[in-house]
Ligand binder design. Structure first.
Ligand code: HDD
Length: 749
C-alpha cells in the first residue's frame, strides 16, 4: 500500500483531463446540433435564451444604462470556474488523500461550492411568500391627465413593468389554489422613478389600522405549536381572531366567495385598496381608488376543483401564467380609477374613503379606464427577479400621493423595513429587478451588498468639492412634492373615527350583490372553514357575526354546522346591491382557455379539424390518449395520457371516442363486468364526471357519446351530436360564460 503512488496516479489523471479541456475551445459556436442523449464532451457557446424570456434591463447600480449586453444565460459559458474566475478541471470529486482516503481541507472548490449552496436561500417574505412574476408594458391612454400629472399615464406613454402575484398565508413552497387573498403588486419603471402599486385581488382589507397587521397574520398563519395547517384560513386561530374582530368581516366575505379561489391570475381583478390622492399639473387634488380589470373577465375555480389541483398541480397558477405568456396569449388588465372630490371630510356618498374595509360601489363611482397593462415576458431567473423584487408603497411619482388611511401609513414603514432582513441590507434597490430606469443620485453610501463604485468625495449637501452636485430639483424639473394637505386641529389619540365602527353594512352589500349560485358557494365555504375548527365557541361566535350580515347566510351555515341559529340576530340593514360585484351573468373572450379532447386511436374522425379550430380561436387543445406518443397514423401526438390527465386541467372536455380500458387502467370499484361504463376506460369516465360536477362544458360526437352515457352525465351543458365542429361551436359558447351555471343547484334565493 503506497499512498504516494496513488496520489501521483490521480494527479496524472487530472493533468490528462486538464490537457483535454484546454484544447482550443469553440467560442460562441451555435448550438445547432440535434439534441443528443450523450453528455457533451466539448465546451460550446451558451444556449440562446427562450424567446419569451429576457434578463432584466441592464442598468448600473445608479440606474444609468450600461450598454452592456443583457446577461441572459449568465454562467453557461464555456468553462466552469471558481467564483474568482479560475478554470476548474473537475467538480464531481473532492480532493482526497487517495481514492479511499479522507477529504483535504485544502480543497477550495469543495469548500466554496458547499459554502455557497449552504447560503442559497434567503428568508421568505413574512407574508405573500409564494408568488410568481412576469414582465410587461403599461401604456397610458392620456385620459387621467386632467386629474393626475404622472407622466406614465400620458397618452401612448409606454412604461416597462414587473408584476408579482402571490398568495398571502402559505410558505414559498405551498400550493397555488388554496383559499386565500391574492397579491397583485406592480412596479412601473417610469421616467420619473419607480411607482409601486401594491394591491390585492380583494378591494378591502382585514384591518383598518396597520398596528393590527401582526395580529391578523399571526392568526392566519399555521398554529405555532405544530405549524399546521399550511396556506389556509380553515383553522381555529384564524376564526378566533376574525370572530372577535368584526372589522375583518367584509374581507372574510370576499375570501369565502369565489374570489378566494381564482381560476387564474389572468382572470383576477386587482385593487389598490386604499384611497390615493392625485395631483394634476395645476396643483388640484382628487381622491382615487385604483382598479385592475382583466380582459378575460373575473373567473374562479370551484372549491372541490381547487382542492384537487393543490395535489395534482400545486403550480397551477404559475404554470398557467408562464404558459400563456410563452404561447403569446399575453394577459391584459385595464387600469381604471374611481375618482372622488378631495373634500375635507374625505367621504363619498357617506362612505369613509380613509377606511380600507369599505368599497365605493362602481354604480356610484364608475371605474374610468386610464391605461392598459400587458404581460409579455417571462422571467429569466425566478430568484433574481420574482424572489428579489422589493415593492414599497412609498415608491411614488409626481402626481400620486398618500392619504391618511392608517393602514396605508403603517405600510409605508413596513415595506422598507422588511427588506433589511429579507434582502440583507439597505442596498436592495441596486438589485437589477429593483433598479429604476432613470439615473439615481441618492447620496446613500456603503452598507452590505453595495454594488456601486461611487466616485466623488462629497456625498453630502451642501458641498462645493463635488461642484454642489447633485442639486435638488426645481418645480419645472418635476420633483416629487408631497401635497400640502391641511390638517384639522387635533389631539394625539389612539382612536379610530366613529365611521370605522360600521362593520356590517358593506359585508351585507357584498352578500346581496351575489347571484344564488355565488351565495351558495359562500355558504359552503363558511361551513367548510368553520367545520374545520375544533372550538365550539369560535363557531358559535362567528355565527353571531354572520347573523349581523344576513339571516339566510347565518341560518344556512348554522344548518351545515349542525348548530342553532343565534338568537342575537340583528335586524337586516337596508342596502342597495352592487351588481358589478357578481362574477356571473356576462360573456367573456375565451383566449387561452384549455380544452381537453379524449381521443380513441381507433376512431379519429373530426379530431384534427376540432384541434385546428380551437387553436385558431386562440384556445389551447390538449389531446388525451390511452398511451403517449403518436396517435395511430394520424400524425397527431398525445399530450396527455389517461394516466397523466386529470379533469381539473381543462376548462371544457370533448370526447372524440369511447376508448376501452387502456393498458394501465385500474378498474373502477363499481364497474362490474357488463355494466354500462365497464367498456370505457374508468379514468375517462372519472374525467367526464368531474367535469360535470365542476359545471364545465362537455361535448361528444360519434363514438364519444357512449363515453358520456357511460359516465351517466346528461342535462345542461352536455352537448351530444354527430358533427364535431358543431359540438365544438356549442361547447365554446358555453365557455364564454365560464361555467354551466345551471348545473349548480340554486337553493338560496
Ligand atoms: Fe402587505 C407584502 C399587499 C397590508 C406589510 N403586501 C405584500 C405583498 C402584497 C401586499 C401584494 C407582496 C409584495 C411582493 O410581491 O413582493 N399588504 C397588501 C395590501 C394590504 C397590505 C393590499 C392592505 C391594503 N402589508 C399590509 C400591512 C402591512 C404589510 C398593513 C404592515 C403593517 N406586506 C407587508 C410586508 C411585506 C408585504 C411585511 C412582506 C414582503 C414585503 O412586504 O416585501 O412588508
Amino acid at each position: 500500500h503506497k499512498p504516494g503512488k496513488l496520489v501521483k496516479a490521480a494527479l496524472e489523471k487530472a493533468v490528462d483531463k486538464v490537457t483535454e479541456l484546454v484544447n482550443p475551445p469553440i467560442p460562441g459556436a451555435p448550438n445547432s446540433e440535434p439534441p443528443s442523449l450523450e453528455e457533451p464532451t466539448e465546451p460550446r457557446g451558451p444556449l440562446p435564451p427562450k424567446p419569451d424570456q429576457d434578463a432584466p434591463e441592464t442598468v448600473s447600480p445608479t440606474g444609468a444604462p450600461t450598454g452592456a449586453p443583457k446577461i441572459a444565460n449568465a454562467q453557461q459559458g464555456e468553462f466552469l470556474t471558481t467564483s474568482a474566475g479560475a478554470r476548474l478541471y473537475d467538480t464531481d470529486h473532492s480532493l482526497k488523500a487517495g481514492e479511499r482516503g479522507p477529504t483535504l481541507l485544502q480543497d477550495h472548490h469543495l469548500r466554496e461550492k458547499v459554502m455557497h449552496f449552504d447560503h442559497e436561500r434567503i428568508p421568505e417574505r413574512v407574508v405573500h411568500a409564494r408568488g410568481y412574476g412576469a414582465h410587461g408594458v403599461f401604456v397610458g391612454y392620456g385620459t387621467a391627465t386632467n386629474v393626475c400629472k404622472s407622466a406614465f399615464l400620458g397618452d401612448g406613454v409606454e412604461t416597462p413593468v414587473f408584476v408579482r402575484f402571490s398568495t398571502v398565508l402559505g410558505s414559498r413552497g405551498s400550493a397555488d389554489t388554496v383559499r386565500d387573498t391574492r397579491g397583485f403588486a406592480t412596479k412601473f419603471y417610469t421616467q420619473e422613478g419607480n411607482f409601486d402599486l401594491v394591491g390585492n385581488n380583494i378591494p378591502v382589507f382585514f384591518i383598518q389600522d396597520g398596528i393590527k397587521f401582526p395580529d391578523v397574520i399571526h392568526a392566519g398563519k399555521p398554529h405555532p405549536d405544530r405549524e399546521i395547517p399550511q396556506a389556509q384560513s380553515a383553522h381555529d386561530t384564524f376564526w378566533d381572531f376574525v370572530s372577535t374582530h368584526t372589522e375583518a368581516t367584509h374581507h372574510v366575505m370576499w375570501n369565502m366567495s369565489d374570489r378566494g379561489i381564482p381560476r387564474s391570475y389572468r382572470t383576477m381583478e386587482g385593487f389598490g385598496v386604499h384611497t390615493f390622492r392625485l395631483v394634476n399639473a395645476e396643483g388640484e387634488t382628487a381622491l382615487a381608488k385604483f382598479h385592475w380589470k382583466p380582459k378575460l373577465g373575473v373567473h374562479s375555480l370551484v372549491w372541490e376543483e381547487a382542492q384537487m389541483i393543490n395535489g395534482i398541480d400545486p403550480d397551477f397558477h404559475r404554470r398557467d401564467l408562464a404558459d400563456a405568456i410563452e404561447s403569446g396569449a399575453y394577459p391584459q388588465w385595464e387600469l381604471g380609477l374611481q375618482l372622488f372630490p378631495d373634500t375635507p371630510k374625505q367621504t363619498f356618498e357617506g362612505i369613509d374613503l380613509l377606511d380600507p374595509t369599505k368599497i365605493v360601489p362602481e354604480e356610484l363611482a364608475p371605474v374610468q379606464p386610464v391605461g392598459m397593462l400587458t404581460l409579455n415576458r417571462n422571467t429569466t431567473n425566478f430568484f433574481a427577479e420574482t424572489e428579489q423584487v422589493a415593492f414599497h408603497l412609498g415608491n411614488l411619482v409626481p402626481g400620486i400621493d398618500v392619504t391618511d388611511d392608517p393602514l396605508f401609513q403603517a405600510r409605508l414603514f413596513s415595506y422598507l423595513d422588511t427588506q433589511l432582513t429579507r434582502l440583507a441590507g439597505p442596498n436592495f434597490n441596486q438589485i437589477p429587478i429593483n433598479r429604476p430606469h432613470v439615473p439615481v443620485n441618492d447620496m446613500f453610501r456603503d452598507g452590505f451588498h453595495q454594488h456601486a463604485v461611487h466616485g466623488g468625495v462629497a456625498p453630502y449637501r451642501p458641498n462645493t468639492l463635488d461642484g454642489g452636485n447633485p442639486f435638488v430639483a426645481k418645480a419645472e424639473d418635476r420633483p416629487f412634492v408631497e401635497v400640502a394637505q391641511p390638517l384639522p386641529r387635533a389631539v394625539k389619540v389612539r382612536q379610530s373615527p366613529a365611521s370605522f365602527a360600521d362593520h356590517f353594512t358593506q359585508p351585507r352589500l357584498f352578500w346581496l350583490s351575489l347571484t344564488p349560485v355565488e351565495k351558495e358557494h359562500v355558504v359552503r365555504a363558511f361551513t367548510f372553514e368553520l367545520g374545520k375548527c375544533y372550538e365550539q365557541a369560535i363557531k358559535e361566535r362567528q355565527l353571531a357575526v354572520l347573523a349581523n350580515v344576513d339571516p339566510t347566510l347565518c341560518a344556512e351555515v348554522a344548518k351545515g354546522l349542525g348548530l342553532p341559529v343565534p338568537s342575537t340576530a340583528a335586524r337586516p340593514r337596508k342596502v342597495t346591491p352592487s351588481p358589478a360585484l357578481s362574477q356571473i351573468g356576462q360573456t367573456w373572450p375565451t383566449d387561452g382557455r384549455i380544452i381537453g379532447i379524449v381521443v380513441d386511436p381507433a376512431d379519429l374522425d373530426g379530431v384534427r379539424t376540432v384541434r385546428e379550430t380551437i387553436l385558431a380561436g386562440g384556445m389551447v387543445p390538449l389531446l388525451i390518449a390511452p398511451t403517449g406518443g403518436p396517435i395511430g397514423d394520424s400524425g397527431l401526438v398525445a399530450q396527455r395520457t389517461f394516466l397523466t390527465a386529470r379533469s381539473v386541467e381543462f376548462d371544457a372536455l370533448l370526447l372524440a371516442g369511447s376508448p376501452p380500458p387502456g393498458p394501465d387502467a385500474v378498474p373502477a370499484r363499481d364497474a362490474k363486468a357488463g355494466a354500462p361504463g365497464a367498456a370505457v376506460d374508468p379514468r375517462v369516465v372519472l374525467m367526464i364526471q368531474e367535469c360535470f360536477r365542476h359545471a364545465k362544458g362537455i361535448g361528444a360526437w360519434g363514438a364519444g357519446r357512449a363515453a358520456v352515457e357511460a359516465a351517466g352525465c346528461t342535462g345542461a351543458g352536455v352537448v351530444l351530436g354527430d358533427d364535431a365542429s358543431k359540438v365544438l361551436a356549442e361547447a365554446t359558447e358555453l365557455l364564454k360564460s365560464h361555467r354551466v351555471w345551471d348545473r349548480f343547484p340554486a337553493t338560496i334565493a
